[in-house]
Write a protein of this length. Sequence first.
Length: 353
Amino acid sequence: MSYSTRDQQALAEQMQDRLGQLVPSPEIQLKAELVSKINRLKLERNAVILGHNYMEPALYHFVADFTGDSLELCRQAANTDRDIIVFCGVRFMAETAKIINPSKLVLLPSLEAGCSLAASITAADVRALRQQYPGVPVVTYVNTYAEVKAESDICCTSSNAAAVIASLQSDRVIFLPDEYMAKNLARQTGKSVVFPEDHSNKADSIRSLQDTIIGWHGRCEVHEKFTVEDIQNVRKQFPDVVVLAHPECSPEVIEAVDFSGSTAAMIDYVKTHKSPHFLLLTECSMGDNIIAENPEKDILRLCSVRCPHMNQITLEQTLQSLQRLQYEVDLPEDIRLRARGAIDKMLAIQPLR
Ligand code: SF4
């Protein structure tokens, strides 16, 4: 497919229509050039581009073939027949694509796209927890690296964590690594929550634990920033605002909001509910992406809150990724297979569509 100057101008006009209220016009022209180069190369390389909900608007709306949360992108990675998967998200997500579809070349456009939550726990930590709490099943949030998934019984996402825990039919569960999500799940499921340091020398009390989630002190450096005071300040100014938060926010924040759910659930909520104003307590690009598609929605944001890892994935990096076939994500086969087992168990609860 060849792109003419006219095609590029048409693309710039489409981008102006959709992103005009978010991105200055001269920037849209520059972005349109990059977008057309990426889309040409994507076809030549027979690649699919997966874009997480936190990607910047031009990439999200004009480059990604599929967009969504971790679970949705996991489904798309499993189903693609293209040769190359370019994962516009962070490393643990690209690893999940490789775990699920190992015959594909999986590329992550930046080596800097990590995650504070995924970095909070290692495979050795999980082995030590299994020794400390023998026989207790380990549930691992997908925001972890492959080595950690490989040590787990089952994975979960923010949209299916409660269902995954219920499926285990165990009164004690180790839930890793998000501290706040463990506390929020405990509240939601009527369990109590404890942490490993509470029991380092108390074997008897461990045996007596009932209806308990054993947590870990990992946190998302984006969602931990939001406070109850932020919500109160916005409510004072906009009394009719509907506030939504991701379950990686603190329990106090979750208690103070109107709705809590995964990024996909928040997007659905905003699209299907009416309110003069919405406030999204999550990564700021997601608000931009909703506005671009639903200009009639008034989304208030605490705009400085961007994930420094997601932010590494730019149009320039994505173009270079396709040009140079970088950076390949690969995994040792034994780790991949064990991690795959934990993901498959999750997908058996919420199957691939
Ligand atoms: S938003 Fe939080 S959980 Fe998501 S990649 Fe960034 S640091 Fe990790």
